[in-house]
Each structure stands twice: as structure tokens, then as C-alpha cells.
Design a protein around this ligand. Structure first.
Ligand SMILES: O=C(CO)[C@@H](O)[C@H](O)[C@H](O)[C@H](O)COP(=O)(O)O
Ligand SMILES: [Zn+2]
Length: 198
């Protein structure tokens, strides 16, 4: 791999991040408000996504249950991507498309939040989880890209759609991770006021 290829990745990622900042600041701040309100009311956040997005779900849950940048009490967030017994049983006995929706039905309660990650917005397992969350009177915060796909069509006005304005999966994932850190920081700032760097 030439340095030029590497430079092109960094450049495209950096440019997208600056462009996305302008477009996504509002929905990200709305997502922070929804999450903070839910957590303040004793509700929890469930997170789902496939592949790289599954890793992002776990990253997010780790920062809420453990910590982000500041010491605080553990906050209730759970990745629906980690229990291989549940996932293989559901995939084997029903279909992979239900691996997240069954868990939303099992663990989700009214007032909880589903953080749904799909770069295409079209993964059936994620789309089904969003539908299951809406049926349970949960709010959905969707992190997508590529226009938002099917997820865009099923979200309600009470939900938040953070759609990265790009077509390339890797670039979208990179902005999703930055968004997750903004969400964690926003929650900490809502708890403590200001932020760690100020
Ligand atoms: O990380 C990557 C590609 O960068 C892959 O693992 C990627 O996450 C998988 O192909 C996913 O299945 C894509 O699903 P989605 O983001 O469209 O919902
Ligand atoms: Zn990836």
C-alpha cells in the first residue's frame, strides 16, 4: 500500500468528519437529550448492529457501564451483540433477522432507548429490532449512512436519525464511532455540567 493510498483514507475521513459535524450536530444533541432523559428516569439503553457496528455497540456499552472520561456511577447500557447462546439459538431456531428483535422483546421496556446502528439502514436484523422497539414504546436513536435505507422509513418523529452523508461503509463507521464519543461526552456533560476539557 502506497503512502498516497493511506493519505487518501485520512483525507476522505477528515473531510467527511468536518462536513458531518455541521449536518449532525443537531441530531446528536437531540440524541443526548433523549438518552439523558431516559437514564434520569431509570430507563436503559440497548444497542444493536452487525459486524463493525456490533463492535461499536459494545464500545458504547463499555463506556456507559464503565466510564468515558470522567468518574461517575455505572449507567445501564447493554449491547445485544454479545450473548452467543442467545444469538445462535435465535438464528438457528428462527432466523438471523430476529437475533436483535427477540432481545428487544425480552429486555426492552417502555421508555428505554434502542441505539440502532446500520451503515446501510437496510440490515433486516436491525430493521426488525427498530420495529420491535417502537412496538414496545421505546425511542430509537438510529446511526446510519447511505441515505438511511429502510430504517429512515420506519422511524417516527419522536426518534432521532443520525445519518452520515456518505456512501462508503468504512467512512460511515468512522463517523459513527466519533458520534458515539459525542454521545458519551454529552451524557457526562449533562450529568456534571461543562465537559472534561473545559
Ligand atoms: O466493518 C465492516 C465493514 O467496514 C463490516 O463488518 C460490516 O459492518 C458488515 O458488512 C455489516 O454486515 C454491514 O451491515 P450494515 O452496516 O449495512 O447494517
Ligand atoms: Zn469496518
Amino acid at each position: 500500500m502506497t503512502n498516497q493510498r493511506i493519505l487518501a483514507h485520512f483525507q476522505e475521513s477528515a473531510e467527511l468528519k468536518m462536513r458531518a459535524a455541521a449536518e449532525l450536530a443537531l441530531p446528536i444533541s437531540q440524541a443526548v437529550e433523549l438518552m439523558f432523559l431516559a437514564l434520569s428516569n431509570g430507563n436503559k439503553i440497548l444497542a444493536c448492529g452487525n459486524g463493525g457496528s456490533a463492535a461499536d455497540c459494545q464500545h458504547f456499552a463499555a463506556e456507559l457501564v464503565g466510564r468515558f472520561e470522567r468518574e461517575r456511577l455505572p449507567l445501564p447500557a447493554m449491547a445485544l451483540t454479545t450473548d452467543t447462546s442467545i444469538m445462535t439459538a435465535v438464528a438457528n431456531d428462527y432466523s438471523f433477522q430476529e437475533v436483535f428483535s427477540k432481545q428487544v422483546q425480552a429486555f426492552g421496556q417502555s421508555g428505554d432507548i434502542l441505539l440502532a446502528l446500520s451503515t446501510s439502514g437496510n440490515s433486516a436484523s436491525v430493521v426488525n429490532a427498530v420495529n420491535a422497539a417502537l412496538e414496545r414504546d421505546m425511542r430509537v436513536i438510529a446511526l446510519t449512512g447511505k441515505g438511511g435505507g429502510e430504517v429512515r422509513n420506519i422511524l417516527t418523529d419522536a426518534d432521532v436519525h443520525i445519518c452520515v452523508p456518505h456512501e462508503r461503509t468504512a467512512r460511515i463507521q468512522e463517523v459513527h464511532l466519533l458520534t458515539i464519543h459525542c454521545l458519551c461526552d454529552g451524557i457526562d456533560a449533562a450529568l456534571f455540567g461543562g465537559d472534561a476539557d473545559e
